[in-house]
Design a protein around this ligand. Structure first.
Ligand SMILES: O=C(O)CCC(=O)C(=O)O
Ligand SMILES: [Fe+2]
Length: 357
């Protein structure tokens, strides 16, 4: 891509709204780009497996009988080991709070480019950033996606526009963090560790949480473009909601599967630092986002991670118990974060850098 285009990167939303598009500009033609092969937009999707994606009933984890709780912990462990992806129902976050935050995100993206400019940021580690694609300064092909990315923990940052966006988000982020920490407690137990083990080992009390709103407008040639290319997430767990189903695809046993979330659920995925801590027992799931030619999809992911200075290594207790050697080198979370944000999204390429052997 030439320098001029890099400097004047248009939001996909503006591109779609500025003219009647019948084809996509070549800088978005992902599937035909030689560096990406077929995997990014290959369309083989296995329908029947959708129903097998595990569902965790959160209410049993926090207020079930001891037997129900231990069954739930076991289901969590199985879901992390076999899928790296699961739905969470009965999580206690009211549907109107979720609808409220999705609506607020839409209002943010609907602001003028001039209003959004204030929040663009200049560096990948800025606490508030918005823009288009993933990292257009290094990408060969752009993603059909606009985004807002905000650091919401340990310090809460947020755009002050539109009015009340920040208040709505603070409430939402606190509630989701509560759910995430309970799930992480259950996952810790499923590994045979104390409930607080992961929380303490990764210093999650001061953990970095990122709020990521994704905006995928209709695309006239959806088979050629990609919303987000295949990648795994940094952090321990990502909790995601969306305004409509269809788009997200997860890789399971070598095939792409479209999740079909039950109503009012969170879509949760194992991220890289849970893979590291569990020494590969729980693998971060590779996922991608397809686009469509009819509707705008908005998704909202909150990534829950270790503290910035924490050096994440496989849990010593697990290595001893299972008589294993560490399969990953330690790396400070902020360095990993920076590594991921400064490159193109490309499968598990960040994790591969610290894999041993
Ligand atoms: O839009 C989605 O469904 C997924 C978004 C995602 O993978 C991310 O923000 O890391
Ligand atoms: Fe992701």
């Amino acid at each position: 891509m030439n320098v001029l285009m890099r400097n004047k990167m248009t939001w996909v939303k503006s591109l779609v709204e500025s003219t009647i598009l019948t084809s996509i500009p070549s800088c978005y033609a992902y599937s035909t780009h030689p560096s990406h092969g077929g995997d990014a937009t290959s369309t083989e999707v296995v329908d029947k497996d959708q129903r097998l994606i595990p569902t965790i009933d959160f209410s049993l984890l926090i207020s079930g009988s001891p037997q129900q709780r231990s069954l739930c912990v076991q289901q969590l462990g199985d879901a992390c080991r076999d899928w790296g992806f699961f739905y969470v129902t009965n999580h206690g976050v009211p549907q109107k709070v979720i609808q409220g935050i999705l609506q607020a995100c839409l209002s943010f993206f609907n602001m003028s480019e001039e209003d959004k400019k204030e929040f663009e940021g200049t560096h990948v580690m800025d606490p508030i950033r918005c823009g288009t694609s993933f990292n257009s300064s290094v990408e060969n092909v752009l993603c059909w996606r606009d985004f807002l990315k905000v650091s919401v923990h340990p310090e809460f940052h947020f755009p002050h526009k539109p009015a009340s966006f920040s208040d709505i988000s603070l409430d939402y982020c606190k509630r989701v963090r509560g759910v995430a920490l309970e799930l992480i407690g259950g996952i810790s137990e499923s590994l045979g560790l104390e409930k607080d083990y992961i929380k303490k080992a990764l210093e999650m009390e001061s953990g970095l949480n990122s709020f990521i709103a994704n905006f995928y407008p209709p695309c006239p040639q959806p088979k050629l473009a990609i919303g987000l290319p295949p990648h795994s997430d940094r952090g321990v767990l990502t909790l995601l909601v969306e305004n409509q189903g269809g788009g997200l695809e997860i890789k399971h046993n070598g095939r792409w599967i479209q999740p079909c979330a039950p109503p009012n659920s969170f879509l949760v995925n194992v991220a890289d630092h849970l893979e590291i801590l569990s020494n590969g027992k729980y693998k971060s799931v590779v996922h991608r986002v397809a686009v469509n030619n009819k509707t705008t999809r908005i998704s909202l992911a909150i990534s829950h991670g270790p503290s910035a200075k924490n050096v994440i290594v496989p849990a010593q207790e697990l290595l001893l118990k299972n008589n294993q050697l560490a399969a990953y080198w330690g790396m400070k979370y902020e360095e990993y974060f920076m590594l991921q944000q400064s490159n193109q999204l490309n499968g598990k390429s960040c994790l591969d850098r610290i894999r041993i052997g």
